[in-house]
Design a protein around this ligand. Structure first.
Ligand code: NAG
Ligand code: NAG
Ligand code: NAG
Ligand code: NAG
Length: 444
């Protein structure tokens, strides 16, 4: 057992994708320091009392005897890349403390604004059109703050390269990056990853949504912008897969040329290649277009039902040993979709996984699924169910996050690969702490 000091004051800082453009210079890499100068010329805006540059010590708690080989660049995040990062004070946040926590605005970050996430069918025509135009803007605007990583050979760190990406693609890439098999002692371990099949699943996806929502608020100057959700309970088929909403598809599955996302392409390919990160990131032309085939997969013949959601909400325990896809009577494992919601024991595809597989196409390929914007609406609904569970069971405390030794999943570990660090255990608080709430819809 290794015991390290904890210097982390992390809850509810603004989420950042990584890597900050300002922190990938040879200089910052050489010193492992990511404390960029803010406008006032001091690291992390320390002169203006926005934050300070501090040593990063991530406490790793894992089972006795377990040997961790440090060949996976994401393990014990962000240790491989940085050991000094900004710690922001008060309502300030961001990789350089130049921004505000989610839900706060203004030069001094003292203006609070809690946005309401609504069901997409509750939006007015104008709100809906605005949402689609914001998404298109996010897909086509280069991120000023972040770059993404790619390599054809994960074994050799000197081949790692950073490239520009659009704001939406940075979001999509974060998901892709978290899912790649874990490199341990020279071999790839596919049994788990940093975002799925383990306790981090709900909080990890919550952070991604907060990241995207904030990025769009900043991009458009619209402080009231909230991501919509898709409440699929009771839908016989994908009722929002029409060109007025998320898009119809042709027989091959490609999105209709009249849909809002007809020309969108995935940011990464190479799902089946463990040894690559985001091949094709440097050449969008070779990427595949989005596709979907709702309701044709015989293994996922229908969407989860009202009853499935109610049964899922009844489990008292957030997660239980062995904290993976075999965990029984675990709210997390049921929500994620590895067990029957009713008995909590039988292994079957349900809930979150079922909706992915029902939609098929890009959504059916875990690593690429975030490229399809319907992913955002699906995960907002999964997050709404998490929020409902937290409220019903009065569970908004960090102690309910279980100790476990899945890589990157310990309560004190940083949600991987967000930047700066959010501890996994701090993510399961009421959504108001993150600047948003959900509308009531169909009784929930
Ligand atoms: C951080 O990394 C740098 C560069 O490898 C190293 O010189 C320094 O000792 C490390 N600091 C800590 C606190 O681990
Ligand atoms: C953060 O914002 C809140 C609400 O506007 C304000 O009351 C509070 O003083 C701010 N906190 C700090 C440390 O500035
Ligand atoms: C790492 O792999 C080598 C051979 O590939 C093996 O001898 C060694 O025991 C492994 N170490 C661990 C901790 O698994
Ligand atoms: C859903 O709609 C598609 C056509 O858009 C159709 O091919 C499929 O069979 C439908 N599935 C169900 C379960 O109704």
């Amino acid at each position: 057992m290794i015991v390290l000091c904890v210097f982390l004051v992390l809850c509810c800082n603004l989420v950042q994708g990584q890597f900050p453009r300002a922190c990938i210079t040879p200089d910052t890499f050489g010193t492992k320091t990511c404390c960029p100068l803010w406008k006032d010329g001091s690291p992390c805006g320390s002169r203006s009392h926005h934050g300070k540059c501090r040593n990063w010590v991530v406490p790793i708690i894992f089972a006795a005897g377990r040997v961790r080989q440090y060949d996976d660049d994401r393990l014990d995040w962000p240790k491989y890349y940085f050991n000094k990062t900004c710690e922001c004070f008060g309502n300030y946040s961001g990789y350089d403390c130049g921004d505000c926590r989610h839900g706060y605005f203004g030069n001094k970050c003292d203006r609070k604004n809690t946005v309401v996430r609504k069901e997409i069918r509750e939006l007015s025509l104008l709100e809906r059109k605005r949402f689609f135009s914001y998404l298109v803007l996010a897909k086509t605007t280069k991120s000023q703050d972040f770059v993404i990583l790619y390599t054809g050979d994960r074994h050799h760190k000197d081949t790692y390269k950073f490239v520009d990406a659009s704001i939406y693609d940075v979001y999509s890439w974060i998901h892709y990056y978290s899912i790649k098999a874990i490199l341990q002692n020279g071999t790839f371990d596919d049994r788990t990853n940093y975002a799925h099949q383990s306790p981090a699943f709900p909080g990890w996806h919550r952070l991604g949504l907060v990241f995207l929502e904030r990025q769009i608020q900043l991009l458009t100057g619209d402080e009231n912008f909230a991501l919509p959700y898709w409440d699929w309970r009771g839908d016989k088929n994908c009722s929002i897969c029409t060109n007025d909403f998320l898009g119809d598809n042709d027989v091959q599955g490609y999105l209709s040329q009249y849909s809002h996302f007809a020309f969108w392409k995935s940011i990464c390919s190479g799902y089946n290649y463990d040894e690559a990160y985001c091949l094709g990131a440097d050449d969008q032309n070779q990427m595949e277009k989005l596709h979907r085939k709702p309701g044709v997969n015989p293994d996922a013949p229908s969407l989860p039902t009202f009853q499935d959601v109610e049964e899922t909400l009844k489990w008292e325990d957030f997660d239980l040993p062995p904290y993976d896809r075999t965990a029984k009577r675990s709210f997390r494992n049921d929500l994620e979709g590895f067990i029957n919601p009713k008995d909590g024991v039988t292994q079957q595809t349900g809930m979150h996984n079922l909706a992915h597989n029902f939609l098929g196409g890009t959504m059916g390929e875990v690593a690429l699924s975030s490229n399809d914007p319907i992913f955002v609406l699906h995960h907002c609904f999964i997050d709404k169910i998490l929020e409902e569970w937290i409220l019903r069971h009065n569970k908004a405390t960090p102690d309910m996050y279980p100790k476990n030794d899945q890589p990157g999943q310990g309560p004190e570990e940083c949600s991987t690969p967000y930047f700066p660090c959010y501890r996994n255990k701090d993510l399961l608080r009421n959504s108001t702490r993150f600047g948003y709430i959900y509308s009531k819809y169909k009784g929930m």
